[in-house]
Write a protein that binds this ligand. Structure first.
Ligand code: DGY
Length: 322
């Protein structure tokens, strides 16, 4: 009898095809996040699960469904209770690497977009306000020569640093590890978080979301930033205290923000949408066709390996094999 796999949303076909060759595959058919009670019911009796970052997979889901492996369709795994999975010897896997460039590109789009007021300019034109070229119209700021502060120098943080160097920016970073080789290779410098916040013209967040990074940026940190600086977040919404960011933006503590992620997605504080100095995107960091396809392939291969009894390459809790 074939093992069963449940996927909580339609993902690119390349991943589904890999799984269908070996397993009985069910895909949640709705175009919305699956509800907890639906997940408990529909994944019951399945061997493998591919959830999205929007699906909380906790101990109750694990116990009620009896799943034996979880292959997240994301690099971030903050939607999964890793401790509970490890205690049950359930391997948890993710999709690192393949989304680095897409996410770094989107981050850089937000840096350029906030600096040069792209969304505001687009709205200006669409709403019929343009009456001709104007030397003082919609002036933004250069990025060349400015300082970019990268918080979290993992794969994506490094890819953002490479892009920034190409644009002639100074790059400083803060991370739990000091990366001497990358400092030399990329021409970047380590800074404490407060030093980074004080010096940067753009601050971009690339840490995973954990207890330690919950509300890493709030009023106190915004007060350290330059009033001309921008805050960019393509990591996880909970890293920022969203209420305090809104207050800070209204009070002019910083010049603006570029956000792709929010505290309680898909909900976001509607006050943000009233601010013209903020660009708001619906969590599309990895949303290129190539990247989402590669994520589907990796998630499927991860799950296939585990269900075939092999050790997968992208395992979050390798200790279960000790
Ligand atoms: C991830 O994989 O964690 C990203 O947030 C998806 O865009």
């Amino acid at each position: 009898m074939k093992q069963k796999v449940f996927i909580t949303r339609l993902i690119p076909q390349a991943g589904i095809d890999i799984l269908k060759e070996h397993f009985e595959v069910t895909v949640f058919p709705e175009k919305r996040p699956i509800k907890k009670r639906e997940l408990k019911k529909l994944a019951k009796g399945c061997d493998g699960l591919i959830p999205l970052l929007t699906d909380r997979v906790d101990a109750e889901i694990m116990d009620k469904t009896g799943i034996k492996a979880i292959s997240n369709y994301a690099v971030g795994v903050d939607n999964i209770d890793i401790e509970a999975a490890t205690a049950r010897k359930i391997p948890v896997m993710n999709t690192p690497g393949v989304l680095t460039n897409a996410t770094a590109d989107l981050t850089f789009s937000l840096i350029l977009g906030t600096a040069r007021r792209l969304v505001e300019a687009d709205n200006f034109l669409r709403t019929g306000k343009w009456n001709g070229w104007d030397p003082l119209l919609l002036l933004g700021g250069d990025v060349t020569g400015k300082t970019l502060g990268i918080v979290g120098l993992g794969r994506i943080g490094k890819a953002v640093a490479e892009r920034a160097k190409g644009f002639g920016m100074e790059v400083i970073y803060n991370s739990t590890t000091k990366f001497n080789d990358d400092e030399r290779l990329l021409g970047i410098q380590f800074a404490s978080l407060s030093e980074l916040l004080k010096k940067s013209d753009f601050v971009t967040l690339h840490t995973p979301y954990t207890e330690a990074t919950h509300h890493l940026i709030g009023r106190k940190e915004l007060e350290l930033m330059k009033p001309s600086a921008y805050l960019i977040n393509t990591a996880r919404g909970q890293i920022i205290n969203e209420e305090e960011l809104i207050e800070g933006l209204k009070e002019g503590l910083i010049a603006g923000a570029g956000l792709d992620v929010y505290y309680a997605e898909p909900n976001f504080n509607k006050e943000l949408a009233k601010l013209s100095n903020v660009i708001l995107l619906p969590h599309i960091g990895s949303a290129s066709l190539e990247t989402r396809t590669n994520m589907a392939i990796i998630a499927a291969e991860n799950l296939k390996n585990v269900l075939f009894g092999n050790r997968p390459s992208h395992i979050i809790n390798p200790e279960i094999y000790d």
